[in-house]
Write a protein that binds this ligand. Sequence first.
Ligand SMILES: [Zn+2]
Length: 134
Amino acid sequence: MIARTLPVIDRDNEAYWTWGRDGKLAIHRCGDCDYFVHPPVPFCPRCEGRNVAPRAVSGRGRVVTFTVNHKAWVPGLRVPYILALVAIEEQDDVRLACNIVDCHAGEVTFGMAVEVLFEQAEDLWAPLFRPVQS
Ligand SMILES: [Zn+2]
């Protein structure tokens, strides 16, 4: 488990941080033009509509970029750990800032296929990604 600073939950981001309880990754989607919106806001930047709500996505994606952190910035933080931007497979410009786990720091690569898993922290479920299990 990674030491986490937990987010403040509001009406917009609640699904993203809690649907992991049921194993689902929630991303806001516009009901008028089907565009995914992240970070979650109740407004579609493509069609300017307000018919936006969380939907469960596949949980698969690819590593767009990453960095390996070797410094323990807070007590209890185990190093090294991998910070990444993951693009979801449904829409390439939806990019989630997250940790890559179940993967040695030297094994993560650009474009690596990954899948979501969740780590519970208090009453939240943080989305993390790991290499696709083949
Ligand atoms: Zn829209």
